[in-house]
Design a protein around this ligand. Structure first.
Ligand code: FE2
Ligand code: FE2
Length: 219
């Protein structure tokens, strides 16, 4: 390690918990997309906006990793640069299939035919294969390295960067999805760090909106 970070170090296992959002979304594709009734525009819109926001969260997550923790690990762990760069480069491979999945989902939302639905299911499965490989590699090979050299403050910087890069239209949906996976103490910290108007919106309006949305989604 060339630069000794100030303690305390981050709990890197939060990465694994966060990734469950994407794993669950991919697992549910055959049921939520593949099993959606043909020509049911309301259902396609509901499922489609869920996946749109989850995929935009994925973009934001990878962009935040690229900008914050990966460069810091390269700088601080010279003996591990090969694995860090190899796993980081997988973000590009995910992007290669993500665009096709997003387009197929948008086409299904716009016209919920059987053909569009099946194309969206297939494009999501193709993207999921690449994404799951990346999540597996990151959790097995990179998370232990994060735990060696990334501080709590730097981890918080990654989260803040991800929120800045999030381009979805339902921030309350992704906050809820994140809170489902994080520990109670992590959720308390998240809420304590929200600007007061955002916290007030989340606790008063956003959380019930999230609960209603996922109850309908998951049936
Ligand atoms: Fe990650
Ligand atoms: Fe990643």
């Amino acid at each position: 390690m060339t630069t000794a970070p100030e303690a305390p170090l981050a709990d890197a296992t939060a990465m694994n918990r966060f990734h469950v959002i994407f794993r669950e979304a991919l697992d549910a594709v055959p049921r939520l997309v593949g099993g959606a009734p043909v020509e049911d525009a309301d259902r396609a819109e509901h499922v489609g906006t869920y996946y749109d926001n989850v995929l935009r969260l994925l973009h934001a997550h990878h962009e935040a990793e690229d900008l914050t923790i990966y460069p810091l690990m390269v700088e601080r762990l010279p003996d591990d640069v090969e694995v860090i760069n190899r796993v980081n480069a997988e973000h590009e491979a995910v992007l290669g299939t993500l665009g096709a999945a997003e387009q197929a989902l948008a086409a299904w939302r716009a016209e919920p035919s059987a053909g569009a639905r099946d194309a969206a299911t297939s494009a999501m499965a193709d993207m999921g294969t690449i994404l799951l490989a990346h999540l597996d590699h990151e959790e097995a090979e990179v998370v232990p390295l994060i735990g060696k050299c990334i501080t709590v403050a730097e981890w918080g910087e990654m989260s803040a960067t991800a929120f800045q890069h999030f381009s979805g239209d339902k921030p309350w949906l992704v906050i809820g999805l994140i809170q489902e996976q994080m520990l109670p103490s992590e959720n308390e910290t998240m809420e304590a760090n929200m600007p007061p108007p955002v916290r007030d919106f989340w606790t008063g309006t956003g959380r019930p909106m999230f609960q209603g949305f996922v109850a309908d989604l998951r049936g």
